[in-house]
Design a protein around this ligand. Structure first.
Ligand code: AGP
Length: 619
C-alpha cells in the first residue's frame, strides 16, 4: 500500500511534498522518491529506506543538524511517493516516480497493474525502454504513447488500457500547471487550496495546508491546476462534485479519519485482499505464481506440505490446510513453530515447508524454517514484508500485500494470508491436475469476487455485531465453536477477543463439546458458532442445539439464506454466499468486529494491548 502526493500551485513544493509523505508514513514503505518540474525539465530524487534518506539525497536539511542544505528549488509542481514494494525488489531504480523514455512524463502509482506483463511486451516491441522492474512504470510509457499535447486525454486513453487495482498521478514537462490522476479501486483525493491544489492517496498528506477535500470515485480521471479540479469518467464525460470540509484532529488524521489503526485496517481488507490476488489470477482459468520460482516438477512430485507459524499466522495456515487438501489432495501437516522446532521433526527433500509470518521476523517461525531447510526441505516464506529475515531464510517467497499493519491485533494480514493460501491451493491443484478445468475456473471466479464480498460484509454486519458486543461485553467468558474449515476461524476469533478485550475465550471443535467443554456452559455464556455452509453444517446445527439446551446465548455466523441456522441460534449474522472453502475469509470479519467493539466498550487500547508486541523476535 504505497503513498502518493502531488502539488501544483504558486509555492515551491519540494518541502510540501516531503511533508505530505511524512503524513503517509503510517501506510508503511521501503523506499521513496520525488520529481519536480521546472523550466520544462523534470528532476528526480529516489532513495531506499526511510524519508531521512530521501531528505539527505535531496539535500533537504533535517531540522538543526547543520548538514549543508540545498536551497529549495523554485519548482511549483511535483509528484512524490512512498513505496511498499509488490513488483520488483527494493531498489532505487524501482522507487517512484517513474519516467517515460524521454523523462517528459512522470508518474506515481499506488496499487497493482494486473496486465503489466503483456503491456510491457507490447511497448518494448514498439521501442520503449524500461528502467525498472515495476508494473507501475508501464503507465508512464502508455501516457507517452497516447500523448498528443493533451495530458488529460493521454491519461484517459491510458487508463482505459489498464487492468487492475490502482490510483496514479501524472505530470508532463510541457504542462507545468497541470497534474492528472485516475482511480480504479485504490483511494484518491484532491486537496483544494487557494491558487494551489494537492493530489494524495489519503487526506493527512495535505490536511496541514487545506481542509477542502474532493473525493475521486472509481473509474474517474481528475485534472488539477492551481485554479481547481475537473473530473471526467473513463469515457470523457464531465462529472460534477463538491468538495468536503474535513474536521479531523491531528490524531484522527494520522489514522486516516479512524479512531484506531485496528478499525482502519479492518476496513482496508477489501483492498489488501484484492491486491494480494490481483495479478496472480491474470486469466479466468489460471493461477500464476511464477514469482515463486519453484519448478513445477517439484510441486507435481512433492510428498507433502508442512506449515509452521505462530498466532494468527498459524490460524491462516489451518485454513490453508483444509483448502490445499481439498483441492490439491496433498497431505498437509500443521504445527506451531515453537513446538515444531524442538520436536525433532521428520522432514526432508520431498517436502515443501511453508513458514507463515506477516512480519517476517518471528523468531520461532524463522527457527522452524531454518531447521526444515537444514534437513533438505524446500522452504517457502509467506510474508508481508519485503526484505524481512524470513525472505532470506527461504528458497522462495510469496508476498501478501496488506501494507503496513500497525494494530498489534492482526486483521488485514490474516485475510491476505488466507487469500494467499487459497492461491497456493489452487496453484498446486493446477500443477497436479486434481481439479477439472471448469471447476478451477469457477473457484478462480469466486476468489476474484471475494474483495467485494468482504466490502459487502463490512457494510452489512456492524450494527448486529455492536448489539452483541453491547449485550455481552461484561461477560466472563466467550466460547467459539466450529467444525471443519470453520474451526480455524473460531480459533482466530477467540484469539482476537483474548488479545484486545482480555476476556478469557476458548475455541473448540464443536464435536468435542460433549467430551468436556460443555461443562463450561451456563445461561450467561455467549457461544459464537461459525455455521457457514459446509459438508459438516448438519452436525454443527445439532451441536448448536446441544448448547442452546444449556441456556447459553448462541450467536451464529451463517451463509446468507440459511434459515435453519437462524432457527438454531439466538442471533444469526449472515455473510455473502461463496464456495464453502472460501467462506472463512469472509466469516472472520464479524469476529474481528466483535472483539473490536467489546474492547472499545471496555475502554481498552485496541491498537496496543497490554503485554503484547507486534513482532515477537525473542525466543
Ligand atoms: C496476532 O494478532 C498477534 N499479533 C500474534 O499472534 C501474531 O500473529 C504472531 O506473533 C505471529 O506474528 P507473525 O505473523 O509476524 O509471525
Amino acid at each position: 500500500m504505497c503513498g502518493i502526493v502531488g502539488y501544483v500551485g504558486k509555492r515551491p513544493c519540494r518541502d510540501l511534498l516531503v511533508a505530505g509523505l511524512e503524513k503517509l508514513e503510517y501506510r508503511g514503505y521501503d523506499s521513496a522518491g520525488i520529481s519536480l518540474l521546472e523550466d520544462g525539465r523534470i528532476d528526480t530524487v529516489r532513495a531506499v529506506g526511510n524519508l531521512a534518506n530521501l531528505r539527505a539525497a535531496a539535500g533537504i536539511e533535517p531540522d538543526g543538524d547543520g548538514a549543508v542544505a540545498v536551497a529549495a528549488p523554485p519548482a511549483t509542481i511535483g509528484l512524490a511517493h512512498t513505496r511498499w514494494a509488490t513488483h520488483g525488489r527494493v531498489t532505487e531504480e524501482n522507487a517512484h516516480p517513474h519516467g517515460d523514455c524521454s523523462d517528459a512524463v512522470h508518474i506515481v502509482l499506488n496499487g497493482i497493474v494486473e496486465n503489466h506483463s503483456e503491456l510491457r511486451a507490447e511497448l518494448s516491441e514498439q521501442g520503449h525502454v524500461f528502467s525498472s522492474e515495476t508494473d507501475a512504470e508501464i503507465v508512464a510509457h502508455l501516457i507517452e504513447r497516447n500523448y498528443d499535447g493533451d495530458l488529460t486525454e493521454a491519461v484517459r486513453r491510458s487508463f482505459n488500457e489498464l487492468r487492475g487495482h490502482y490510483a496514479f498521478a501524472a505530470m508532463h514537462a510541457e504542462q507545468p500547471e497541470t497534474l492528472v490522476a485516475a482511480r480504479q479501486e485504490c483511494p484518491l483525493i484532491v486537496g483544494l487550496g487557494s491558487d494551489e491544489a494537492f493530489i494524495a492517496s489519503a487526506i493527512p498528506a495535505f490536511l496541514a495546508e487545506t481542509r477542502r477535500a474532493l473525493i475521486i470515485e472509481n473509474g474517474e480521471i481528475v485534472t488539477v491546476t492551481p485554479e481547481g479540479a475537473s473530473i471526467t469518467d473513463a469515457a470523457g464525460n464531465p462529472v460534477e462534485r463538491d468538495a468536503d470540509q474535513v474536521e479531523w484532529d491531528e490524531d484522527t488524521a494520522e489514522k486516516g479519519g479512524y479512531a484506531t489503526f485496528m478499525r482502519k485496517e479492518i476496513d482496508e481488507q477489501p483492498d489488501s485482499v484484492a491486491e494480494t490476488i490481483a495479478d496472480r489470477l491474470p486469466d479466468r482459468d489460471r493461477v500464476d505464481l511464477s514469482e515463486l520460482e519453484i519448478v513445477p516438477e517439484f510441486i507435481a512430485g512433492m510428498r507433502r506440505i508442512v506449515i509452521v507459524a505462530c498466532g494468527t499466522s498459524y490460524h491462516a495456515g489451518l485454513v490453508g490446510r483444509y483448502a490445499i487438501e481439498q483441492w490439491a489432495r496433498v497431505p498437509v501437516e500443521m504445527d506451531i513453530a515453537s513446538e515444531y522446532r524442538y520436536r525433532d521433526p521428520v522432514v526432508g527433500e520431498d517436502d515443501l515447508v511453508i513458514g507463515i509470518t506477516q512480519s517476517g521476523e518471528t523468531a520461532d517461525t524463522l527457527a522452524a524454517m531454518r531447521l526444515a531447510r537444514e534437513r533438505g526441505a524446500k522452504v517457502l516464506a509467506l510474508t508481508n514484508v519485503m526484505g524481512s529475515q524470513a525472505t532470506r531464510d527461504a528458497d522462495a517467497v510469496l508476498y501478501t500485500r496488506a501494507g503496513l499493519e500497525i494494530g498489534v491485533a492482526a486483521t488485514k494480514t490474516f485475510t491476505t494470508q488466507v487469500a494467499a493460501m487459497y492461491l497456493l491451493g489452487l496453484w498446486v491443484a493446477q500443477h497436479r491436475g486434481t481439479i477439472p478445468d471448469e471447476r478451477l475456473a469457477e473457484l478462480i471466479a469466486e476468489l476474484k469476487a471475494i474483495p467485494h464480498k468482504i466490502q459487502e460484509t463490512l457494510d452489512s454486519v456492524e450494527d448486529q455485531v455492536k448489539a452483541v458486543a453491547r449485550a455481552e461485553h461484561e461477560g466472563r467468558f466467550f466460547l467459539y465453536l466450529g467444525r471443519n474449515i470453520g474451526l480455524p476461524i473460531c480459533l482466530e476469533g477467540a484469539l482476537k477477543m483474548k488479545e484486545i478485550s482480555y476476556i478469557p475465550s476458548d475455541a473448540y471443535a464443536a464435536g468435542e463439546m460433549k467430551h468436556g467443554p460443555i461443562a463450561l456452559l451456563d445461561e450467561s455464556t455467549p457461544v459464537v458458532c461459525v455455521a457457514t455452509e459446509s459438508p459438516t453444517l448438519e452436525k454443527m446445527l445439532s451441536n448448536m442445539e446441544e448448547v442452546r439446551a444449556r441456556g447459553a446465548d448462541v450467536i451464529a455466523i451463517a451463509t446468507e439464506g440459511s434459515p435453519r441456522v437462524a432457527e438454531a441460534s439466538d442471533l444469526a449474522i449472515e455473510i455473502p454466499r461463496t464456495d464453502w472453502v472460501l467462506q472463512p475469509i469472509v466469516a472472520i470479519l464479524p469476529l474481528q468486529l466483535l472483539a473490536y467493539h467489546v474492547a472499545r466498550m471496555l475502554g481498552l487500547n485496541v491498537d496496543q494491548p497490554r503485554n503484547l508486541a507486534k513482532t515477537v523476535t525473542v525466543e
